[in-house]
Ligand binder design. Structure first.
Ligand code: C5P
Length: 253
């Protein structure tokens, strides 16, 4: 069997050359990292869950006309995606204060923001993905003004979609990160949502209990990360075959 060509290995995924030009196979690893890989663990089954969840969110986004890289799922851990030229920005949308925003601005975690706030970080692990302004982005040529208009529109559409989907299953979308990439159609280029959308890149809190169902469970040692992600998948109806649903104790009075 021919060995396929590895294009890139990141903290949570490996990218291989796809079967057709312009395609890539995205493999989801079980590795969990936090604090720019200072904290590491292998969470068996995380890759399978994130492959399914990212497929679910990207497919839904495609159905409402938000362009993204997803083509099809290939197996438990791999999906075929369009090859893109990644814009070197992490685009963060926040609905409630948490994480670095709470720390930076001294706002209590969970405080509802007056409106969704979009932030940009420069994608560079060696610098710890620093927060940047649109001035930096324009001055250093990371994205044009037209790109920034498109990125803002994509980010807000993803936010509305994800917020609604999560609210329908009793989960609050606190914040999330997306990445976008350029694709070329003839002489034209456009931006599409790329990378992944999963509990690795979102903050998801149970609306009733406030229980965290995202990577903060790992970052802050709050319990079993796989249980949290399985619960998200179960509520959304995207349980992988063979996965055991988590049965919550029923209160009998
Ligand atoms: O850490 P911070 O509060 O800035 O994170 C905001 C959101 O972006 C969180 O949902 C987090 O999971 C996500 N994020 C990410 N990858 C990063 C930084 C943040 O997915 N490198």
């Amino acid at each position: 069997m021919a060995r396929r060509k590895k294009i890139y290995e990141g903290k949570a995924k490996i990218l291989y050359e796809g079967p057709e030009p312009g395609t890539i196979v995205q493999y989801f690893k079980d590795d969990a990292t936090a604090f720019n890989a200072e904290k590491k663990a292998v969470i068996e089954g995380k890759g399978v869950l994130n492959n399914r969840l990212s497929e679910f969110f990207m497919t839904g986004l495609g159905q409402i006309g938000v362009p993204n890289h997803f083509i099809k799922r290939l197996n438990m851990r791999e999906q075929l995606v369009r090859s893109v030229e990644i814009v070197p920005l992490e685009i963060i949308v926040r609905n409630y204060a948490a994480g670095t925003m709470s720390k930076r601005l001294g706002i209590d975690e969970g405080t509802q923001l007056p409106r969704p706030i979009v932030e940009y970080c420069y994608k560079d692990d060696s610098l710890g993905d620093p927060l940047v302004t649109e001035e930096h982005i324009a001055a250093f040529g990371w994205a044009s003004q037209q790109d920034m208009d498109d990125i803002l529109s994509l980010a807000l559409r993803v936010n509305d979609f994800l917020s609604g989907v999560m609210m329908a299953v009793g989960i609050r979308l606190v914040d999330f990160k997306i990445e976008v990439g350029r694709v070329f159609d003839g002489d034209f280029q456009r931006l599409i949502v790329a990378d992944e959308i999963s509990p690795d890149s979102c903050r998801l809190w149970d609306i009733e209990t406030g229980e965290k169902l995202d990577k903060d469970v790992f970052r802050r040692d709050l319990g079993d990360l796989k249980d949290a992600y399985t619960e998200v998948a179960r509520r959304l109806g995207v349980m992988p075959k063979n996965a055991q649903p988590i049965t919550k104790p029923t209160l009998i009075n």
